[in-house]
Write a protein that binds this ligand. Structure first.
Ligand SMILES: NC(=O)c1ccc[n+]([C@@H]2O[C@H](COP(=O)([O-])OP(=O)(O)OC[C@H]3O[C@@H](n4cnc5c(N)ncnc54)[C@H](O)[C@@H]3O)[C@@H](O)[C@H]2O)c1
Length: 283
């Protein structure tokens, strides 16, 4: 049976078919063509089937966010399906899942590859969203290093001395610097490549959101997370749907004047750290 006879549908591409990404695209993918990209064939099959059974038009493609060519092919595939109006990037790994090098290569360089690739195919009026993290606010990256991150091409980011020395010290530092870099990478794209295509791009920085990735964090550092959650104003974890709500706003028409910025959605964790209610240990 053919559920949707519309041939020319707007395209929404999701890189990282995980919990938060899927919640975000469900908000406005009805009547549009979804393209899912992920390194995990299993995730692609499970999430793709679930979306299809819920009435969405879905194609899937195995993509390795660490590989510029693979990400470029994903963007080209999206463009071949129709006007690419939306791009969401949630491919990432957390501190307790990976080495510092892997985190920096995936969460910073891989994100850069995606921003660059979709900066070549976005349709006029389109919008992008990169999921960064509250951790991007947890350490002050020196101003001159931030300027280097902005001015350095994506494939050379790992050569910045601060990245090679300070950020590589442990997975916590690597994650913080990678997620701060995402804010800067998105600012740069909003002002340059995405601007040229008349498309907007923003980041969201979630706090602790209960997803499979977060369960890996709780298993490795549950006590530290519990103390952080207890010190926050919200005194609870967040849900992917709460991030999706904000994501749908930032991607949607009511956010037409918002580009190159970040929305921190953390239940007040960063406020607690800034005001001395919680002392952060970077491991
Ligand atoms: N869950 C949280 O508490 C939290 C908080 C702040 C930020 N984040 C960030 O949000 C994003 C999404 O996280 P989530 O919690 O939805 O996790 P998730 O594990 O559900 O989703 C991440 C997805 O990225 C995919 N992925 C991993 N490596 C990849 C690669 N090389 N190429 C392509 N895909 C790859 C995974 O297969 C997975 O489907 C991540 O960037 C994460 O760092 C999560």
């Amino acid at each position: 049976m053919i559920f949707d006879r519309n041939e020319k549908k707007e395209v929404i591409a999701l890189l990282g078919a995980g919990s938060m990404g899927t919640s975000i695209i469900r908000r406005f993918a009805a009547g549009r063509q979804i393209l899912l990209g992920d390194i995990s064939e299993k995730n692609l099959e499970t999430v793709g089937d679930d979306l299809k059974r819920s009435g969405y038009s879905v194609e899937t493609m195995r993509v390795d966010a660490l590989d510029r060519a693979s990400v470029g092919a994903f963007a080209e595939k999206a463009a071949s399906l129709g006007d690419v109006m939306y791009f969401v990037d949630t491919a990432g790994a957390s501190p307790n899942q990976s080495s510092p090098e892997h985190i920096l290569k995936l969460d910073m360089v891989g994100t850069g590859y995606a921003i660059d690739a979709f900066g070549k195919v976005m349709a006029r009026g389109g919008a992008g969203l990169v999921v960064s993290s509250q951790t991007g606010y947890m350490m002050q990256v020196p101003y001159e290093v931030e300027q280097q991150i902005i001015s350095t091409p994506t494939e050379k980011l790992m050569e910045i001395p601060y990245i090679k020395e300070t950020a590589m010290q442990n997975s916590g530092a690597a994650y913080i610097v990678a997620k701060r870099a995402n804010h800067l990478q998105v600012q740069k794209a909003a002002a340059t490549s995405w601007r040229q295509r008349r498309a907007r791009i923003n980041t969201i920085s979630p706090g602790v959101i209960v997803t499979p990735l977060a369960y890996d964090e709780f298993a490795a550092a549950g006590d530290a997370y519990q103390t952080m959650i207890d010190a926050s104003a919200a005194m609870r974890t967040g849900a992917s749907d709460e991030i999706a709500e904000a994501g749908a706003f930032l991607l949607g028409e009511h956010a037409g004047f918002i580009t190159g910025t970040d929305l921190l959605i953390d239940g007040g964790t960063i406020a607690a750290i800034r005001c001395g209610q919680y002392k952060l240990e970077i491991r």
